[in-house]
Write a protein that binds this ligand. Structure first.
Ligand code: DC
Length: 241
């Protein structure tokens, strides 16, 4: 895998397990800083959607790897309007569906998929001025990010938030119907976390130098303000001193 390119502007890397609030926090921080925003989880979901649509057996790593170069993924970086297309088709709704959520962890564990997406991610990151969320951003994609945050929360809090998200009418109806209880949601989160944390390529981990933020007892605004304050003290202050 090629190393990260030289940048002229900062990158904020936000990693952590499912349901810790990474998307809302990352978008909030990007808006507050006037930065772009990249949701790398959406890219793994988009590849998974393509694999399912093309009848690729997602539990056959060799088959997934053989198809890894085929989906054409385009992702927007506007935090007010994140977009994602596969082969020119808007998949922002379908990638949140139950079938994709259940299949994404095994697909994301395939090294050929990761290598391809990391390359696209580094192109999108370009010169910086961007908040990037995922599982391996601070450890692999941008190990020299100016601010790395490892965002976590107790499993119960993560399940409660994810359940509330699923009840949002904007989320695909089929996902709502299959994740009706907190218990089911929590089990599903923990199952994905265990696959994401135990895979051999780029497992979910707290990157070296990452600041751990436990959002269990914090509101979204409090977490956003906390991360922006970390940025101001560690990055903008460093740039002017
Ligand atoms: O953040 P999310 O739930 O949309 O992520 C979907 C899946 O993609 C999740 O199982 C972990 C995986 N993922 C990854 O392996 N590396 C990333 N940088 C982002 C997501």
């Amino acid at each position: 895998m090629p190393t990260a390119a030289r940048r002229s502007s900062p990158v904020v890397a936000i990693d952590g397990p499912s349901g810790a609030g990474k998307s809302s926090v990352s978008r909030g921080v990007a808006k507050a800083l006037g930065y772009r925003y990249l949701d790398t989880g959406a890219m793994y979901r988009a590849v998974t959607w393509w694999m399912l649509r093309h009848d690729v057996d997602i539990h056959d790593a060799a088959q997934v790897a053989a198809h890894a170069a085929l989906p054409q993924i385009e992702t927007g970086t506007n935090p007010a309007n994140p977009t994602i297309t596969v082969d020119g088709l808007d998949v922002s709704g379908p990638i949140r569906g139950r079938d994709v959520t259940a299949a994404v962890s095994p697909v994301a564990a395939v090294p050929a998929v990761r290598a391809r997406l990391v390359e696209i991610q580094r192109q999108a990151i370009g010169n910086g001025d961007i908040v990037v969320e995922g599982r391996d951003i601070g450890s692999v994609v941008v190990p020299d990010a100016e601010l790395k945050v490892y965002l976590t929360a107790a499993p119960e809090a993560r399940a409660a938030r994810r359940t509330a998200e699923l009840s949002d009418p904007a989320i695909a109806a089929d996902e709502v119907s299959l994740h009706t209880t907190l218990h089911t949601t929590k089990e599903s989160l923990l199952h994905r976390d265990s696959i994401d944390s135990s895979r051999s390529t780029s497992p979910l981990t707290r990157a070296e130098g990452a600041v751990e933020v436990d959002s269990t007892d914090m509101s979204l605004n409090e977490v956003v303000e906390h991360v922006v304050a970390l940025f101001r003290s560690r990055v903008s202050a460093g740039a002017t001193s």
